[in-house]
Design a protein around this ligand. Structure first.
Ligand SMILES: Nc1ncnc2c1ncn2[C@@H]1O[C@H](COP(=O)(O)OP(=O)(O)OP(=O)(O)O)[C@@H](O)[C@H]1O
Length: 413
């Protein structure tokens, strides 16, 4: 059934625009200038103890889920984090939003170490760093209305929206994410997957955060809906000056949205740089292998590229290899790789020759390899080497996401 809400749309839009201005103004006092590091993560570690025994538990080891991760996030930037399942991406995300306490390391927000904050100080910081979860089907409470779900954060932070203003604020947020504000009393099951993720995003925006940590926010969605949600995140970022940590295993999606990309393997970042550096000038063998596996729709480009097949499984994070963790699957591995942990830094070979290959890569034998089509190659017409892209009909980045009448037609009465 197609819901008709055209009458109230213009009014809702005007109100929504005012709301957007209000949200932006509310954050203006604390906003950092674009480019300043808003988040600095240093040597972050999360080890989960492995125990034995029922009555008397004895620690016999640890799952080294995250083992020395460092990166900066600049204001207004999107940092993508990619890697295979189990490499520690979600654990990093959970630590950033204080759902997990790090075993060691530091997270600095605007220069202040927030790692071990508690009580009021933690509450204040948490407001500014919000999370959007992976699965819109399970992350929304089916017994709560959309209005209650989006407005829930106001119970903990009533200073952001006093009781009398909450309904209006939630409606504004619905409008901001492209949903009809009149749907405020509906339940999650009455929405499609993409719409539910919009609801999750609206909840993430409720407290006017500066940083959004999005953990696989589109992995559970259909491809065409993925593009719509990505484009929504893109436009919200420009509108509210948000900084994103965007976690995903799909490299094409990460490229589409990220300014910089960090590649994780077995609890560590092995390579980090701008999207051009990582996708067009990767120097770490693991990044090259990951990129070589990205599906290429164009048959000619597909045939002409080299496919790197990695052998063996990812080792257990409870017992990672010595030295370089990737060495057991790496075709370049030598004795040194078992003995010395490669540092995440610009490799010596590229230090004196600045160029796109000159970026941080944790490999003793870092070497540039052209694996995916460059931007120019991708821009050439199909059939002449055009690479993968994300696009869905009618989803070009807009200043303000419109209500999506097609998707709203999905709503069940
Ligand atoms: N609470 C926990 N106790 C023990 N081990 C855990 C816990 N949470 C995560 N792990 C382990 O830590 C490692 C990293 O998990 P994490 O969920 O961060 O990986 P991921 O890269 O996000 O993978 P996915 O994409 O599948 O979610 C995995 O080996 C996982 O089994």
């Amino acid at each position: 059934m197609r819901a008709d809400h055209s009458g109230g749309r213009k009014h809702a839009r005007e109100e929504g625009e005012a709301a957007a201005t209000q949200l932006a103004t509310a954050r203006a006092g604390t906003a950092y200038a674009n480019g300043d590091p808003i988040l600095e993560v240093r040597d972050l570690v999360k080890h989960y103890p492995l125990t034995q025994g029922v009555l008397f538990k004895k620690q016999v080891g640890a799952v080294k889920a995250v083992d020395g991760v460092s990166f900066d996030l600049s204001a207004g930037e999107t940092l993508g984090i990619v890697g295979e399942s189990g490499c520690g991406k979600s654990t990093v995300a959970r630590m950033l939003v204080h759902l997990e306490r790090p075993t060691a390391g530091a997270i600095r927000y605007k220069g202040e170490d927030i790692t071990r904050l508690s009580g009021r100080a933690l509450k204040a910081v948490r407001r500014n760093i919000q999370m959007v979860f992976q699965d819109p089907y399970t992350s929304l409470n089916p017994r709560m209305t959309v209005g209650d779900i989006i407005g829930e954060p106001y119970e903990i932070h009533p200073e952001v929206a006093p009781k009398g203003e909450r309904r209006r604020k939630v409606q504004d947020l619905l409008d901001v994410v492209g949903l009809n504000p009149e749907y405020i009393n509906r339940y999650p099951h009455q929405f499609s997957g993409g719409q539910r993720q919009r609801i999750g995003i609206a909840r993430g925006l409720a407290l006017n955060p500066e940083i959004i940590v999005a953990d696989e926010p589109v992995s559970a969605l259909d491809v065409s809906v993925q593009a719509q949600v990505i484009n929504l995140l893109d436009s919200l970022q420009s509108e509210f000056g948000l900084s994103f940590v965007f976690i995903a295993h799909d490299l094409s999606i990460v490229r589409h949205i990220s300014d910089r990309v960090g590649v994780m393997y077995l609890g560590r970042i092995v390579e980090i740089g701008t999207d051009e550096q990582i996708y067009e000038h990767p120097t770490h063998p693991y990044t090259q292998a990951l990129l070589s596996a990205v599906p290429v729709p164009d048959p000619m480009a597909r045939e002409s590229r080299e496919r790197i097949i990695l052998h063996g499984d990812v080792p257990s994070p409870a017992n990672p290899p010595s030295g370089c963790r990737f060495r057991t699957r790496c075709w370049k591995a030598q004795e040194r790789c078992a003995l010395e942990v490669p540092l995440l830094a610009v490799p010596a070979a590229f230090r004196l020759a600045p160029g796109p290959a000159s970026h941080d890569s944790a490999c003793h034998f870092a070497e540039e390899k052209h694996v995916v089509a460059s931007r120019e190659e991708r821009d050439t017409p199909r059939g002449e080497g055009r690479g993968p892209e994300i696009e869905a009909p009618g989803t070009a980045v807009r200043k303000r996401p419109p209500h999506d009448p097609e998707a709203q037609g999905d709503i069940q009465p």
